[in-house]
Design a protein around this ligand. Sequence first.
Ligand SMILES: [Fe+2]
Ligand SMILES: [Fe+2]
Length: 250
Amino acid sequence: MDSKRRQLITGISVAGAGVLLNACRANTGPSGSATNENTKNEGPKTGEEETLEVTATEDLMREHGILRRALLVYQESAVKLRQDAASVPPDALEKVANLFRVFGEDYHEKKLEETFIFPTVQKSPGIAASYVDVLLHQHARGREITDWVSAITKADKIASASVEPLAKALESFVRMYAHHAAIEDTVIFPAWKAATGQGELDELGEKFEEIEQEQFGDDGFATALKRMEEIENSLGLANLDMFTAPAPPK
Ligand SMILES: [Fe+2]
Ligand SMILES: [Fe+2]
C-alpha cells in the first residue's frame, strides 16, 4: 500500500497543552506491522516536531470535539444571558454560530456525514441504520436554529424580548447535539468503520483531507480550534479549572 497518509504536526514548544500548530499531507509508506486504522506515531521529525497520523474516524471525532466546545460556550452563555444579558457580547455568539455553520454544518455534516458516512451506515445491518433519519432531521433543525441565532446576534445588543428565547434556543441546541454526537461517536462511526474495509478507510481519510483543504484552503481543524480558543478567551471561559465541580456534601 502506497497511499498518502494524513499527518498532523504538533509543535511541542507551543504554550498550552494540545495547541495545534499546523497540519499537512505527506507521503509516507506503512511503517512497522501495525496496519489497522489506529493512530500511528510516525516517530519524531527533525527539530521539535513530531508527526502523528490522524485516521478518518479520529478526524470525525475530533471535529466533534470542536463542536462540543462551541456547545459549551452556548451553554455558559445561556446561563449568563439570564443573569445579565449585557455581559454576553452578541458578536461572540455570532462567531460561534458562524463557526458551527462553516465547520459543523457545511463541512462535517454535509460534506462528510451526509455524503460518506450515513449512506454507508444506512445500507449496513444493525441498529445504526435506524438512527439516520433522525440524525438528518437534527442536522436540518440545527441549521434552522443557527440561522436564527445568527440573525438575533447580528445586532449590537440583544433585544430584551429576545433574551429568554435566545437562552432557550441555545439550551435546546446544546441538548440536541450532545445526544446527537454521542450516538454518532458510539454507534454510527463504529458501524461505518465496520462496514468499510481498511483500504477504503485509508482512501477516505485522504479524501476527507482533500475536502477539508478545498473547503478551508489549509487545515480546517487547526483554524477552527484557534477560533474557538479566541471566542472562549473573549467570554472569559478559557480557564478549564473554573469548571471543576465543587466537593460533594460531607
Ligand atoms: Fe451529525
Ligand atoms: Fe457529527
